[in-house]
Write a protein that binds this ligand. Structure first.
Ligand SMILES: Nc1ncnc2c1ncn2[C@@H]1O[C@H](COP(=O)(O)OP(=O)(O)OP(=O)(O)O)[C@@H](O)[C@H]1O
Ligand SMILES: [Mg+2]
Length: 154
């Protein structure tokens, strides 16, 4: 299942994230994919707001690899940009949280740890649009749970 959106501004991306954030609960893994500056952290701020987290707390864990936020449940925010190999990622012992039954996982540059994805997950892919403030947002679902969420995103 796939849905596509056109975001015409920073605010529209935040709002889309906010809407999705209100629909999700554990267990859920979201892979956030797209080039540098596409808006992965920005949409994560919207997702966080929808989950009841202060978006100002949300910053890319570029050096720490993972942040943990407290919502009604733990929210793990990954940034795998600096991971050179999947072996490095595994060696850090951080991949076990990908499949956490009681958490929501938001993973920037998730494709660098694709072997560790759970089977049912959402992918949010952001691409630069025609204008500098436009982004194409493509969302796909891989399984029963993620499809039921994607079905509710309008
Ligand atoms: N419609 C839009 N949606 C999202 N971001 C936008 C939009 N228009 C402009 N921007 C700008 O694009 C940038 C997105 O930055 P952000 O840090 O979210 O990217 P990122 O994908 O997380 O990058 P990185 O790979 O470095 O982590 C911001 O500077 C934001 O202001
Ligand atoms: Mg980022």
């Amino acid at each position: 299942m796939r849905k596509t959106f056109l975001s015409k501004s920073i605010n529209e991306t935040l709002r889309l994230g906010h809407k999705i954030g209100k629909l999700i609960e554990p267990p859920l893994f979201i892979a956030l994919i797209g080039p540098l500056g596409a808006g992965k952290t920005l949409i994560t701020k919207g997702l966080a707001k929808g989950l009841g987290i202060n978006p100002d707390e949300v910053n890319s864990p570029t050096f720490t690899i993972m942040n943990i936020y407290d919502a009604k449940f733990p929210v793990y925010h990954y940034d795998l940009y600096r991971m050179e190999t999947e072996q490095d990622l595994e060696a850090l012992g951080l991949t076990e949280f990908f499949d956490s039954p009681e958490a929501v996982v938001l993973a920037e540059w998730a494709e660098k740890g694709e072997s560790f994805y759970p089977s049912d997950y959402l992918t949010i892919r952001l691409e630069y649009g025609d204008k500098p403030t436009e982004r194409d947002v493509d969302i796909t679902a891989s399984g029963k749970l993620s499809k039921s969420i994607l079905g509710k995103i309008k």
